[in-house]
Design a protein around this ligand. Sequence first.
Ligand code: MF3
Ligand code: CO
Length: 256
Amino acid sequence: MIKCKSPREIDLIRQAGAMVGGALNLSATLAKPGVTTKSLDEAVFKYINEKGGQAAFKGYRGYPANICVSVNEEVVHGIPDKRVLKAGDIVSVDIGVCYKGYYADAAVTVPVAGIKPETQRLLDVTRESLRLAINKIKAGIKLSEISAAVQIFVEANGFSVVRDLVGHGIGSAMHEDPQIPNYVDKDVTRVEDNIILKEGMVLAIEPMVNQGTYEVETLANGWTVVTRDRKLSAHFEHTVLVKEGGSEIMTPVMNY
Ligand code: MF3
Ligand code: CO
């Protein structure tokens, strides 16, 4: 069941989203050579708590950290630790905030310093695929139009879309219906693909884009998802409100 949110609920999600956006800006500023992934986690924890929010990932299905930090071939759910970032790395930071019982969730992938042009292109294409998908969103479109927008742009640019992980509804829980794949299966139409978006729905759209194969696997720690061929992966995510004639990004991030 997809719940349409009341104005009060939307306001709380927007406030949670402002904290997510601020925490992502902070992370992007801090992600420099010599810094540990754990130090990003600690800085974000402090930032969110000072604003009156809670880091939503901590304890979610036993997740051990406040945020996810995924480096290079890590797709998502990298656990912050003593790993030191270095020039040439790309780092995906994924942050969820709960504020007065309402959730917002977003992610960016940033260069640590001096990345190759082809790596920059991966980041640009992934960010642009999210922007194109968001630009499609308004009351009355089919859910699968979001999925198709991401896939067509990503594949036209020679990259692949991760299939094992999806975007999601969000609101009074971090993961609500519907699931939002970033590709359309041309053989199987899911019931959800034909859902018509309505004003007040809030969706987390999150393309994960790989340089090589779309196949992924999970490391022995039970969390970190990596590309099967160990080539690079990028992830951008926004929490988006569906409106009549358009949408609103609830997790605004500077420069993204
Ligand atoms: N950010 C993820 C999502 O978009 C959720 C993180 S799962 C956690 O769905 F366990 F790490 F919290
Ligand atoms: Co999400």
